[in-house]
Design a protein around this ligand. Structure first.
Ligand SMILES: [Ca+2]
Ligand SMILES: [Ca+2]
Length: 415
């Protein structure tokens, strides 16, 4: 008997006395054993490490799975080997938001928020939307999404960030979570800052500014300085709803600092020219916007109204701007007196008797003259050495009467 080699089988050579020889073999009987996959959990049917010794049968089941390892050379088969279903669900990222959901930014770094469906070991944040495999170079080890992401460039326009996660079992999100934000680094434009009116002098002036985009926010403050304070808090500016207006001579020299903010937070400041030549006139005076002088404006009254001198206004030279006309006393000055007495009574009080046409006007407006008539016929002015005009305010008839007669007196005067 010769050398016995190997451990799984043996062979040896037998030689007879005549010199002939033959090779003899004996196999080792080996019992099988389950591999390291036995007793473990897998996302999908296991294919490796099924048997540590022997040959695996077909793996049966759709999770859990089972198989046996077959012994060799008459060795015993293993017991049934088993594997259970592990994590086979892909992680998801919900509520993925850039910059808190803002639509615009002027910063390269935007905050990130997202809700993970399960614990993860890696994530991807990328502006490249290609679905990753496990070996993708974009994977970053981490148990959570980071709080911020820095864009690859700060070019104006829409930027979209895609995100995937890898769970602890190695499953990868089947689709990207994504959100977009528009980068805007271009400051807004304030234009057409102007002061009106453009007259040399004015009682008030307004400062107007316009913007190109209505989604930009315009605000302002007034200042006696000659520069805009760009360090001033935005909250100290007043929203521009109407143009700021100045109406005091004390405002001369002031300027308006406008602040325009776009949706991305870019700011533009603009300082107006100074306010000048505001003149405040006293009540009853109007400003001449060419000379800067305050000009007296006579008060205007209403036909039928009461004049400050106590009379009732029964005639206006210009009914639309009644600054002059005639008033009548609100009560008769005398009843049943001669013309001389009537005339003297009015003169003594600073009034006078009406002319013939003024009597006609009084009659037509008698409804607006108090207590007229208290009696029928009233004196007017003198016609000649013997007669004077009269009018019957009850009937409207006019007549020239002897001045020695006895009629009534209602005095008038101009205003
Ligand atoms: Ca999972
Ligand atoms: Ca902009």
């Amino acid at each position: 008997m010769g050398f016995i080699a190997n451990t799984d089988f043996w062979n040896w050579t037998c030689t007879d006395s005549g010199g002939s020889s033959g090779t003899c073999t004996a196999s080792k009987k080996i019992d099988a054993a389950c591999g390291s996959a036995n007793g473990q959990a897998f996302p999908t049917k296991p294919t490796t490490n099924l048997c540590s010794i022997g040959f695996a049968s077909t793996v049966t089941g759709s999770g859990p799975w089972s198989w046996i390892c077959e012994g060799t050379n008459g060795g015993a088969n293993s017991n049934v080997c088993n594997a259970t279903v592990g994590d086979n669900t892909s992680p998801t990222i919900s509520n993925f938001r850039l910059a808190g959901g803002a639509l615009y930014t002027n910063s390269a770094t935007v905050t990130i928020a997202g809700t993970l469906s399960e614990a993860i070991q890696k994530y991807i944040l990328s502006e490249n939307n290609s679905q990753p495999a496990s070996g993708d170079s974009r994977w970053i080890a981490g148990a959570a999404l980071p709080g911020a992401y820095t864009l690859g460039s700060l070019t104006d326009g829409l930027h979209t960030i895609y995100s995937w996660a890898m769970d602890l079992a190695g499953n990868i999100s089947t689709s990207a979570a994504s959100d977009s934000i528009t980068v805007d680094t271009t400051p807004p434009v304030i234009n057409n800052t102007s002061i009106s009116p453009t007259t040399t002098y004015a009682t008030s002036r307004s400062v107007t500014a316009t913007r190109n985009n209505t989604n930009e926010t315009l605000s302002y403050y007034s200042t006696t300085g000659t520069t805009c304070n760009t360090n001033l808090s935005d909250s100290l500016f007043t929203d521009y709803i109407n143009p700021p207006t100045f109406n005091s001579a004390g405002d001369n020299g002031k300027r308006v600092c406008f602040l325009l903010r776009d949706v991305a937070g870019n700011k533009t400041y603009s300082l107006s020219d100074p306010i000048s030549n505001i003149v405040n006139c006293s009540s009853g005076y109007n400003l001449d916007t060419t000379t800067g002088q305050c000009v007296y404006v006579p008060p205007s009254y209403t036909l039928g109204g009461t004049h400050p001198n106590g009379g009732k206004i029964f005639y206006c030279d210009d009914v639309n701007n009644c600054t002059s006309g005639l008033v009548a006393q609100q009560a008769d000055a005398a009843l049943s007196v001669t013309w001389d007495t009537a005339n003297n009574t009015c003169s003594a009080a600073g009034w006078r008797l009406p002319t013939s046409s003024e009597l006609d006007t009084m009659y037509s407006q008698k409804a607006s003259i108090s207590s007229l008539p208290q009696s029928s016929r009233y004196w007017g002015d003198q016609v000649d050495s013997l007669k004077a005009n009269t009018k019957n305010f009850a009937t409207g008839s006019s007549a020239q009467q002897y001045m020695s007669g006895a009629y009534n007196t209602r005095c008038i005067k101009s205003f």
